[in-house]
Write a protein that binds this ligand. Structure first.
Ligand SMILES: NC(=O)c1ccc[n+]([C@@H]2O[C@H](COP(=O)([O-])OP(=O)(O)OC[C@H]3O[C@@H](n4cnc5c(N)ncnc54)[C@H](OP(=O)(O)O)[C@@H]3O)[C@@H](O)[C@H]2O)c1
Ligand SMILES: *[C@@H]1O[C@H](CO)[C@@H](O)[C@H](O)[C@H]1NC(C)=O
Ligand SMILES: *[C@@H]1O[C@H](CO)[C@@H](O)[C@H](O)[C@H]1NC(C)=O
Length: 337
């Protein structure tokens, strides 16, 4: 009797996964833009595997100069080679970037500011779903998952903004795209006492929070960037079969990855909305919004809370060890004047 109940539940779960997977694939939309990116420069963090690799490959095939960044030399070199081989575009560069270290972020940003004369697209794609050690702290004293997914991109975005503001024009604004997640719905409300909590036991909640903060950030930054020809939007790619859950979870990770890779979106499908937001002319006219399946979507209502986003801004500036005036200066157009 017990056996039958267990079997029944297994069947229900399998059916659920199959139906959800079918829905994911059926609702996915493909970017239709024919935009030629010759003469433009794009940075894709985590552009060496999964969705980031697909996004970077797409930009390279349109003729862009593409800079991919990840923390491992061998993976980065391999990723670059894959893109060059696929697209025939040699103007693809790999640069080391460890978002878990503010030193690394600063070093990367400095190299870009020193060597590049323009920056059109910044795709904040890198992310981890589970930290190897749940409570592990970075050298900067922050929660590892939070720093990779949110604080690292926060600092990187601010440091690169002057170059993006310099590059953007009213007709062709610079575009920042953050890869968020449906799981932001699972996030708690914005609780600034918890923003850097080491004691979070619930990884999903931590991941969800990091993704909600990305969207809130868009909200705040888009206000600061009004009239500066740089737009910033977030993307929810759906459930996508990449290696993101494989990293640290042992057997559970392998099973989840197997299900994701066989039932849910392919990385190419998952990448489409980010590409759409980066290239589509209509999408270039909005800022501070969330897109899903190549269409405008609505984030959790907390993501539009002006007070929360302003508080999160100030607290993030402090935690990435910038001064508020420096942060304001970076978002102004004064840097190159
Ligand atoms: N897969 C999904 O179902 C799903 C759903 C919603 C949102 N997302 C989001 O989509 C984005 C892309 O994920 P994916 O699914 O394509 O997974 P992925 O294949 O694991 O890609 C993640 C990328 O981030 C890079 N990365 C990890 N830690 C980093 C660090 N400390 N510094 C710099 N780069 C780092 C990785 O580089 P290495 O490989 O060298 O570590 C990798 O290139 C993530 O932000 C994820 O949260 C995914
Ligand atoms: C983009 O335009 C350039 C000329 O401006 C052309 O040489 C190139 O082939 C085009 N690339 C693509 C992918 O259409
Ligand atoms: C993207 O993330 C960066 C860094 O976290 C933040 O400054 C920006 O406001 C975010 N934008 C969106 C649209 O989420």
């Amino acid at each position: 009797m017990k056996m039958i109940v267990v079997l029944y539940w297994i069947l229900v779960i399998i059916a659920g996964v199959v139906i959800f997977g079918f829905y994911q694939k059926a609702t996915n939309a493909v970017c239709k833009s024919k935009k030629n990116l010759t003469g433009r420069t794009a940075i894709v963090t985590g552009g060496t595997s999964g969705m980031g690799l697909c996004i970077a490959t797409d930009f390279a095939s349109r003729g862009a100069r593409v800079i991919v960044a990840c923390p491992f030399i061998d993976e980065g070199t391999q990723g670059r080679k894959t893109i060059v081989d696929k697209t025939g575009n040699n103007d693809v560069v790999f640069k080391m970037l460890d978002l878990a270290s503010f030193d690394s972020v600063r070093c990367f940003a400095k190299e870009i500011l020193d060597s590049e004369d323009r920056l059109d697209l910044l795709i904040n794609n890198a992310g981890i779903a589970v930290a190897r050690v749940r409570r592990s702290l970075t050298m900067d004293g922050l929660n590892l998952l939070m720093q990779v997914n949110y604080f690292g991109h926060f600092l990187l975005t601010l440091l690169l903004l002057p170059l993006m503001i310099k590059t953007g024009t009213p007709l062709e604004p610079g575009r920042i795209v953050n890869i968020s997640s449906v799981l932001h719905f699972m996030a708690g409300t914005v609780n600034l006492d918890h923003i850097n909590s080491r004691l979070y036991c619930n990884t999903f909640k931590l991941y969800g929070n990091s993704k909600l903060y990305l969207i809130l950030f868009a909200h705040e930054l888009s206000k600061k960037l009004k009239g500066k020809n740089v737009v910033i939007n977030s993307v929810d790619p759906g459930a996508v079969g990449t290696n993101i859950f494989n990293q640290y979870w042992g057997a559970t990770g392998s099973i989840i990855t197997y299900i994701f890779k066989n039932c849910f979106k392919t990385p190419w499908q998952g990448a489409q909305t980010a590409i759409h937001v980066a290239l589509d002319s209509e999408a270039g006219k909005v800022s501070g919004e969330l897109f899903k399946n190549c269409k405008l979507a609505r984030a959790k209502s907390d993501a539009y809370d002006d007070m929360a986003s302003a508080m999160l801004w100030a607290e993030s500036v402090r935690l990435v060890k910038l001064d508020l005036d420096v942060a304001e200066f970076l978002t102004s157009s004064a840097y190159y004047h």
